[in-house]
Design a protein around this ligand. Structure first.
Ligand SMILES: Cc1cc2nc3c(=O)[nH]c(=O)nc-3n(C[C@H](O)[C@H](O)[C@H](O)COP(=O)(O)OP(=O)(O)OC[C@H]3O[C@@H](n4cnc5c(N)ncnc54)[C@H](O)[C@@H]3O)c2cc1C
Length: 394
């Protein structure tokens, strides 16, 4: 059976649903949007397994601008995504990010801070005395500099954000189809239809690939426009600690280990170069040796009270890792006239979902970005081997 839609979106998690909602509510759009999503529980989607945090402390101007828009959107989510008077609640807590650096990192911290401040992010550089006064529970003998987000950074319920976009998209008329896109029919410079695992196909006016770590690369390949986006496993661990840690931010330690408050305890993680990225997100085994050998020692060194923590539950998810430069690939898909993609978020897709959804809706409906130019994240840089390198990635 063949169906027809004006827009078909593969992947209905936070990115696909944000694009769908922004399209459906764009004043210039009239048409039928079908989101194809195989797993309505989202149990393996990165959007359901993330650490749910947002920062302004990037080094690329486009990422800073995206997060500045993102925090504004999250602050107003109750009004923006309300459905029939029901306001979504995502528990946004602007606790800030605190990057800790040794003397060797001072130059990068100062350069980043100059760019962040110029673009309107509220980030302060702190010397050891200021760090000790503000965070007396930190042990900072080896720390030369800290970079603290004073506003616009923190954490929230990422699953809640995804569900809020999905619910608002459905209320705006978007249809969700429980299926997987298994093949793409391309003719010249157009995607004519997508084939589903149910045996059905959908002829489409335009196609958007938002299929994340386990789907986006294959769909790009099938469309004849390969991207270097692979699945990379990340484990997140929770723990409880005795003591009081007032105004505790999300800390990115000089070792690369990060942690932040979550409920009455904390969550933590670390991004090792290993394991190698893989084609599909299939291994969801938690990397407990990483916790014991790398993370816990780093926690205990930085906060002596963390020597005696009680480890709790843990989970693993996958980044959709763009191996070229660890930044998203957003915009038109290669040389295709009616295909778009949003993938390769490499660990910051939740916070980027509002701006990316808005941007792609503008590109599809109006033919160009109108509010924020996302051109730096475009597909062209892949073929030209022109990486958009971030100095701050976790
Ligand atoms: C451990 C961890 C911590 C993270 N922490 C943060 C953080 O603190 N802040 C932040 O901003 N980001 C964070 N991220 C990253 C963030 O979760 C992702 O960038 C974001 O969720 C990507 O959203 P997505 O919709 O593109 O992908 P996903 O959430 O992976 O969704 C892709 C969807 O596509 C579907 N799909 C796959 N193949 C197909 C197909 N062939 N056809 C149709 N549908 C298909 C899948 O079922 C899935 O639901 C983290 C990620 C992980 C794993």
């Amino acid at each position: 059976m063949t169906d027809t839609a004006d827009i078909v979106i593969a992947g209905g998690a936070v990115i696909g649903s944000s694009i769908a909602w922004h399209l459906a509510t764009h004043p210039g759009f009239r048409g039928r949007i079908v989101v194809v999503e195989p797993d309505p529980t989202y149990q393996f989607s990165a959007s359901a397994l993330s650490a749910g945090s947002i920062r302004q402390q990037f080094s690329q101007p486009v990422n800073i601008a995206i997060s500045l828009y993102g925090i504004g959107f999250l602050r107003e989510i109750g009004e923006r995504l309300a459905v029939e008077g029901e306001r979504p609640e995502i528990g946004l807590h602007e606790g800030g990010y605190l990057y800790l650096g040794t003397e060797a990192a001072r130059g990068v911290f100062e350069a980043n801070n100059a760019d962040q401040s110029r673009l309107g992010a509220n980030i302060a550089l702190l010397d050891p005395a200021a760090l000790a006064a503000r965070f007396p529970y930190l042990s900072i003998e080896d720390v030369a500099i800290g970079s603290l987000g004073l506003a616009g950074e923190g954490w929230f319920d990422g699953y809640g954000l995804m569900q809020a976009f999905r619910k608002a998209a459905r209320a705006a008329g978007v249809e969700y189809r429980k299926a997987r896109v298994v093949d793409i029919q391309r003719k010249a410079d157009r995607i004519e239809a997508v084939m589903l695992d149910s045996g059905e196909s959908i002829a489409c006016g335009a196609f958007v690939n938002a299929a994340g770590a386990s789907g986006a690369r294959l769909l790009c390949e099938q469309a004849g426009c390969p991207v270097p986006v692979y699945a990379k496993k990340r484990s997140v661990f929770s723990f409880a600690a005795k003591g009081t840690f007032p105004a505790h931010p999300l800390v990115i330690d000089a070792t690369g280990v990060w942690w932040r408050p979550e409920g009455t305890g904390f969550i933590t993680g670390y991004s090792p170069d290993e394991p190698e990225p893989v084609d599909f997100a299939h291994d969801f085994e938690v990397d407990w040796p990483l916790f014991e050998e790398v993370i816990w020692p780093a926690l205990a060194t930085r906060i002596p009270a963390f020597e005696a923590i009680r480890p709790g539950r843990a989970w693993a998810g996958h980044y959709d890792m763009n191996l070229l430069d660890h930044n998203a690939v957003v915009g038109r898909l290669g040389d295709l006239a009616n295909a778009y993609l949003a993938c390769g978020f490499s660990g910051h897709g939740l916070q980027q979902s509002p701006a990316v959804g808005r941007g792609l809706a503008e590109l599809i409906v109006e033919g160009s970005y109108r509010s924020l130019d996302l051109g730096d994240l475009g597909f062209a840089r892949l073929g030209e081997n022109r990486p958009l390198l971030e100095r701050n990635v976790i």
